[in-house]
Design a protein around this ligand. Structure first.
Ligand code: ADP
Length: 738
């Protein structure tokens, strides 16, 4: 719906109230005017009838007097003095009587003093009419010959034996009828006239003297005995008229009602109605104006308050003269207070937030600076790139390691500088990381800017949660040349040592074989003749044999101990199974139970690791006690290492010897027959573990037998596991246990 001002609605309301009221008052006014008109008309008719009846009564009473006088015997005797006397009896009532002969001679006239000489006037028209018609005639208006004034008369022929002998008459002054009209209350707005049969006015209720003798305007329209007529009367007034024709005299009584008077009530009502309507409309408009004013003031107050709330001001809404608006205002004020409090709290929170953001920004900047410094100053080369090989950042070490500046590094693709033989491996790691793997490690060659190859170790980490245009791989590149060279040197020295031991053992073996051979010859030469000498020879031979065993063991030891170590992924459960297989006969003979639980895969040399477990399990079997032997091997993660425990329920080892047992040729049990051995087993174990980068020690806390603990490195691609502390802590705990 269209929006409209309150004033419009109120105006509509005012109109809705005023219009029916106006219509109602109009209807009432109309009904009133109609009733008033009917009342006036009825009054007019009543008056017309009354006036006509009274005039007829007057005429008939005079006629009665004339009829009585006409029968007077004095006429027959021609005793006119007698007749005059009889007639003058009515003079007291103001009635004049005349008697005249058919020749026109006046015989009696009571209007004149007695004895006056009476004139002879010829008969006028109505007299002749009466004589000829032998019946009474009511005259039209005429001018009296005696007085010269207007008059009307009743003429009655005196009949004797059917013949007219004389004429008796009486005359009326028109004033008589005017008086009758006045007596019957005919006055404005009523106008009555009495008209003779020719249409001349005999008498009139208004301006009688002036009007007598004038023709009645509407006389011709008045046909029949009675009726109504409308038009302008003799005075020029618009009238509504009733007329009644007297059956006695043939005269016409007309009574007009002033149309203006008839309509006056109507106009009066219309005037009242208009005034009432005007008043109603002005009251309605005034009320509407007043209400709109009040509401507009209230609405202004509310609008101002709303604007103030909008500006965040505390608002007190002024009291208006409209209670409902004041309720809204109070609610508004409360809301403004609440909003104010909320806004204040919000502003406070905002300030705190800004402060925190500022602090965090500073922290972040500091930390970024630290990382930048770290990257800038690290001797390792740090590269941030994406899986496609686009380099976003390279630390300054690029120059030292590969001869490139930081900017040049950004233009170099990994595929261009990785050694073709290593590329497949490096690309596989790249692939793994772009598919979601977190870590990767490789040792490979990169081409220096000057063209030669540089051995490096590269550790890859995936950077999670970055956009497509940001680096998602961090590579830390470390120069591996030195380690490679060391390894090569070690390899060389090991090789040399191996060759030396081979030569030594070979060279030692030959003289020992000679000693053994000659001792044997000596023994058979001295024979039974010198049992003592034969005994010496046998001792020499036993020592030689022991010497040979020692040398063989030494050779075996050096071959294992100085072998170059491989770095393969090795499944330890496989390793332990192989070791068990090699010891199967001994294990079975001892009735030992080997329990193995969840062994991991480590990086190392499978052959050496088999040897390691072969020695440890073998010792457990060898140094078993009275109880049935149970050997348990279990593993648990410890930082970058797996920690493995090999424990038995055998005779155990005194903690005091915990270190010494790992020394070469160190034995705690010299009883060869019961515990055969050369004291090389644990020394070799330590050598193997250390060549893998781990450690081995005896758990001094363990008292149920012997427990060896050793660590082996986890695979590089596995995440280090935190167990309530870092690596260093694990190591120190381990050290405590030793
Ligand atoms: P060998 O067994 O040849 O004597 P090792 O170097 O293997 O040499 O062991 C050194 C010494 O440690 C042994 O002489 C033995 O006294 C002790 N030892 C090694 N393993 C165990 C074990 N599982 N239980 C008890 N003593 C052991």
């Amino acid at each position: 719906m269209k929006e409209r001002s309150l004033a419009v609605y109120l105006a509509a309301f005012a109109a809705a109230v005023a219009v029916p009221l106006l219509l109602l008052s109009g209807l009432l006014a109309w009904r009133y005017a109609q009733a008033e008109r009917a009342r006036l008309e009825a009054g007019g008719l009543q008056r017309a009838e009354n006036v006509a009846a009274e005039i007829d009564r007057l005429l008939s009473s005079r006629l009665a007097i004339l009829r009585v006088l006409a029968t007077s015997p004095a006429i027959d005797r021609r005793d006119f003095a007698q007749f005059d006397q009889q007639a003058r009896e009515f003079s007291g009532m103001g009635i004049d009587i005349r008697l005249r002969g058919l020749d026109g001679q006046l015989l009696v006239d009571t209007s004149l003093p007695r004895g006056t000489l009476l004139p002879l006037w010829p008969l006028i028209a109505p007299m002749r009419e009466a004589v000829e018609g032998k019946s009474v005639v009511f005259s039209d208006l005429f001018v009296s010959r005696g007085t010269g004034t207007y008059a009307v008369a009743i003429m009655l022929p005196v009949l004797r034996n059917g013949e007219v002998v004389a004429l008796v008459s009486t005359t009326f002054s028109p004033d008589v009828f005017a008086r009758v009209m006045a007596e019957f209350g005919v006055r404005a707005p009523y106008f009555a006239s009495l008209t003779d049969r020719s249409g001349l006015i005999i008498a009139r209720s208004d301006r009688h003297a002036e009007m007598v003798g004038r023709p009645l305007v509407a006389f011709d329209a008045a046909t029949g005995a009675s009726g109504t007529w409308r038009g302008a009367n003799v005075s020029g007034l618009q009238v509504f008229a009733f007329y009644i024709r007297s059956p006695l005299s043939g005269w016409l009584v007309t009574l007009g009602v002033d149309e203006a008077a008839l309509n006056r009530s109507l106009w009066l009502s219309v005037g009242w109605m208009a005034a009432t309507g005007l008043l109603l409309v002005s009251v309605a408009i005034g009320m509407a104006w007043f209400i709109v004013g009040r509401l507009a003031a209230a609405s202004r107050a509310m609008t101002d308050a709303a604007a103030a709330v909008g500006r965040g001001q505390l608002t007190v809404v002024p009291k208006t003269l409209v209670a409902e608006v004041n309720r809204v205002g109070e609610a508004f004020a409360q809301t403004s207070v609440r909003l104010h409090l909320q806004a204040a709290a919000l502003a406070r929170a905002n300030r705190e937030l800004e402060q925190r953001v500022e602090e965090r920004t500073v922290e972040l900047e500091a930390s970024e600076e630290r990382y930048r410094l770290l990257a800038e100053n690290a001797s390792d080369l740090i590269i941030l790139r994406n899986a496609e090989g686009r380099v976003f950042y390279a630390s300054p070490s690029a120059r030292k390691l590969l001869g490139y500046s930081q900017d040049e590094m950004r233009e170099v693709k990994p595929s261009e500088i990785v050694h073709p033989e290593d590329w497949q491996r490096v690309d596989a790691i790249n692939q793994d990381i772009s598919e979601g793997k977190d870590l990767g490690f490789s040792i490979h060659r990169l081409r220096h800017k000057e063209g030669h190859w540089v051995w490096i170790q590269a550790a890859y980490s995936r950077i999670a949660g970055v956009g497509p245009d940001e680096p998602n791989i961090m590579v830390v590149v470390r120069d591996d040349t030195e380690r490679q060279e060391q390894e090569a040197r070690l390899h060389q020295s090991n090789e040399a040592l191996r060759q030396f031991s081979a030569i030594v053992s070979h060279d030692l073996q030959a003289p020992l074989r000679h000693i053994n051979m000659f001792s044997d010859m000596l023994k058979s030469r001295v024979g039974e003749g010198d049992p003592q000498a034969a005994g010496y020879a046998a001792s020499i031979m036993a020592s030689v044999e022991r010497m040979q065993r020692l040398i063989r063991s030494l050779i075996a030891y050096t071959q294992v101990a100085y072998a170059s170590v491989k770095h393969d992924d090795v499944d330890l459960s496989r390793v332990v199974a192989d070791a068990q297989a090699l010891l199967a006969a001994d294990i079975e003979a001892a009735g030992a139970e080997i329990r193995v639980a969840g062994l991991p895969t480590v990086v190392g040399d499978a052959e050496l690791l088999v040897r390691l477990f072969q020695n440890l399990i073998g010792n457990a079997v060898k140094y078993r006690g009275e109880d049935p032997l149970v050997v348990t091997i279990r593993a648990r993660p410890a930082g970058r290492f797996w920690e493995l425990a090999v424990e038995d329920n055998g005779i155990g080892i005194d903690g005091a010897y915990a270190d010494r047992i790992f020394e070469i040729f160190r034995r705690l049990h010299r009883d060869e027959s019961r515990y055969p051995g050369l004291g090389l087993g644990l020394a070799l174990c330590r050598r193997i573990v250390e060549s893998h980068g781990g450690e081995i020690w005896l758990d001094k806390q363990w008292s149920g037998g012997a427990r060896f603990i050793l660590t082996l490195p986890r695979r590089r691609t596995e995440k280090p596991v935190k167990r309530g502390g870092d690596d260093a802590e694990d190591r120190s705990q381990a050290a405590d246990r030793r």
